[in-house]
Design a protein around this ligand. Sequence first.
Ligand code: 5RP
Length: 235
Amino acid sequence: MGTGEVEAAKQSAGIAACDFVHDGMDLGLGTGSTVRYTVIELGRRISEEGLNIRGVPTSIETEILANEHNIPLIPWNQVEKLDLTIDGADEFDPEFHLIKGGGGALTREKIVAKISHSMVVVTDPRKDVEILGNFPLPVEVIQFGWEVTSRHLQKLCPGDVKRRGGDNPFITDNGNYILDCNFGPTISNPVELENKIQGISGVLEVGLFTHIADAVVIGSTHGIEVRIKPSGRLS
Ligand code: 5RP
């Protein structure tokens, strides 16, 4: 896909996902260049159609965008349950398991997705994979002792484990590092791997989202494909 085609695919997916949004909903607002189009469309529907929704942003970037588009936000300390989260992904597999965190917002994204009744993923066709792992798996780790944490991760990971940003490290909204783990397309049991990585001291969160997504909206220049998980909460 060319750059223009990818952008068009992202835009069409981001907008189409708004079909899942209904008046009165409280929404988790994901992070990234695809869900950006969802946030913009929600802002349009609020101002032009009187849509009544509230959002919880998963990053400072999304909070700024939502404010620019006049989306009412629920303060974090008042959030209990959400109706729906819409978010992007870096990869999704046939079981609707995801790799997320390409934008470094995985921890807030997972907190928000897990308190949501359902989750819709907005993507383009490049993210559709049989087995997860070609996209380096992001893991958010605390800064203290990150080299030790990295060595623990390295024992699980067949490829290299790199701190994002190298000597000029990327810092998450939570003040932590991201370690990108090059598993290659080997993650055939993402549930087991998620549990193993979550068991490592120093790890805050891992970008494997298993049994969370209920639908994937895949945009393209020739139309939208919506895949609904058969046993999911939207089927
Ligand atoms: C951010 C994420 C993003 O949702 C993911 O990286 C996809 O982003 P994009 O839509 O820009 O490709 O997980 O942490």
